[in-house]
Design a protein around this ligand. Structure first.
Ligand SMILES: NC(=O)c1ccc[n+]([C@@H]2O[C@H](COP(=O)([O-])OP(=O)(O)OC[C@H]3O[C@@H](n4cnc5c(N)ncnc54)[C@H](O)[C@@H]3O)[C@@H](O)[C@H]2O)c1
Length: 388
């Protein structure tokens, strides 16, 4: 007899993230079979009934809704998964928190610090379990980087460098609005590459290297006008197409970050590098199973950058998968987040990053945009740094 406790998921938004989260829920019992809690694909929501039904049929949801409010009103939903564009995160999350539902929210937490603050207040007032899908933390090589930094092997850290480079919006004929392309509409997205790409880099950076205290940024919008899908008219583009910022961390190290969707040839080149007194590490999403490591303590004749293939059974998460030397991929970072969320239901611990953790990232994103607009340094106001 199945004695597992069921968590009935209400998924809102059936695009890219709707698919990848659902894949995560579906894999949990196969690869984490001993967990006390299991997800049940109770309902999915898309604004068009045919789309919701097609998604439900393909992925195995029991029922559909076309209005997210109905998902929240239902007694047979325990957890709400927010996979919609950024402009609806706050409204949905606040309503879900008031209804006492657990919340798994996509990143960035919100469009602005003000929205994010209301979301944090709502989940903390109701005490509902919450997490934000900054999934890159759960790529095994990135988790290994966290363990290496936490072990102190790098010594004092001097530099943190991160890039997130793409090339998919160079065509000026692309409209703003619609599936995926809502990212080009500032009202839907809140910002451009800062909230979309740099938010990931900032989350990982603060997780690995502590709080970012102040920033100085430049942004550029290369295509100034695009047709808006809503009106059919050309409209000013309000997002940042590219952003570069430098910053201080509270541990005294310097940070340098760049994101763009205009780096021809790069599809999702998220890289970071950390340089410490004794050692350095670097990672690259295009080669995500490897972590590069340089240790100055090695004997000089053989000293050099090691390329660690993060596939051994004692590497983070890897004992769950195949055999040493065989790789896992992008979708596994989401499966691991599902797994950590369901484990946290058992342990009663928070599933980081929580809304409060993601609020700190939001503060840095907003300071970056304000700095670029005012051409001046901005304090981030980051006060609290998650300890994991
Ligand atoms: N963690 C990551 O690496 C990652 C990657 C991509 C996107 N995201 C985030 O996930 C969210 C969704 O992005 P996506 O790439 O899946 O976008 P998408 O355009 O592929 O899908 C969004 C879906 O939401 C639907 N939608 C919009 N408004 C809705 C509403 N009011 N009710 C119900 N459905 C609605 C759209 O029709 C669409 O199907 C965004 O916040 C984005 O920043 C995170």
């Amino acid at each position: 007899m199945n004695t597992k406790k069921q968590i009935r998921i209400g998924l809102i938004g059936t695009g890219l993230m709707g698919r990848i989260h659902t894949n995560g829920y579906k894999r949990l019992s196969d690869f984490f079979p001993e967990y006390e809690y299991v997800p049940v694909l109770q309902a999915c929501c898309s604004r068009k009934a045919e789309r919701a039904q097609a998604f439900a049929d393909q992925w195995g949801y029991k029922s559909i809704e076309t209005d997210w409010r109905k998902i929240i009103a239902r007694d047979d939903i325990d957890a709400v998964d927010i996979c919609t564009p950024n402009d609806s995160h706050a409204e949905i999350a606040i309503a879900a928190a008031k209804a006492g539902k657990m919340i798994l929210c996509e990143k960035p937490l919100a469009r602005t610090v003000a929205e994010a603050e209301e979301m944090v207040k709502a989940v903390e007032a109701s005490g509902v379990k919450n997490t934000v899908w900054y999934n890159y933390r759960r790529v095994p090589a990135v988790t290994l980087a966290k363990n290496i930094v936490a072990s102190g092997k790098l010594g004092k850290i001097f530099h943190y460098r991160a890039n997130f480079l793409q090339d998919w919006t160079i065509n000026p004929e692309l409209p703003q609005g619609g599936d995926g392309l809502w990212r080009l509409d500032v009202d839907a997205a809140g910002s451009g590459v800062t909230g979309d790409l740099l938010a990931h880099c900032i989350d990982t950076a603060m997780w690995l290297n502590g709080g970012i205290t102040d920033v100085s940024a430049v942004t550029e919008t290369f295509v100034k006008e695009r047709v808006h899908v809503g009106s059919g008219e050309k409209k000013k583009v309000g997002i940042d197409d590219a952003c570069i910022f430098h910053c201080h961390f509270s541990n005294g190290s310097l940070g340098l970050f760049e994101a763009t969707r205009y780096a021809r040839g790069h599809k999702a080149l998220y890289t970071f590098e950390i340089n410490g007194e004794h050692a350095s590490i670097r990672w690259d999403l295009h080669d995500l199973t490897r972590l590069e490591y340089f240790d100055h303590g090695d004997e000089s004749q053989v000293r050099g950058w090691r390329s660690i293939h993060v596939t051994d059974g004692d590497h983070p998460y890897m004992k769950r998968w195949w055999i040493p030397g065989t790789s896992i991929g992008y979708e596994h970072s989401f499966i691991h987040q599902v797994s950590d969320f369901f484990l946290s239901l058992q342990t009663g611990e928070p599933c980081h990053p929580t809304f409060r953790d993601a609020f700190e990232t939001q503060k840095v994103c907003e300071a970056v945009i304000e700095s670029a607009n005012s051409r001046s340094w901005k304090d981030t106001g980051v006060e609290w740094v998650e300890k994991v």
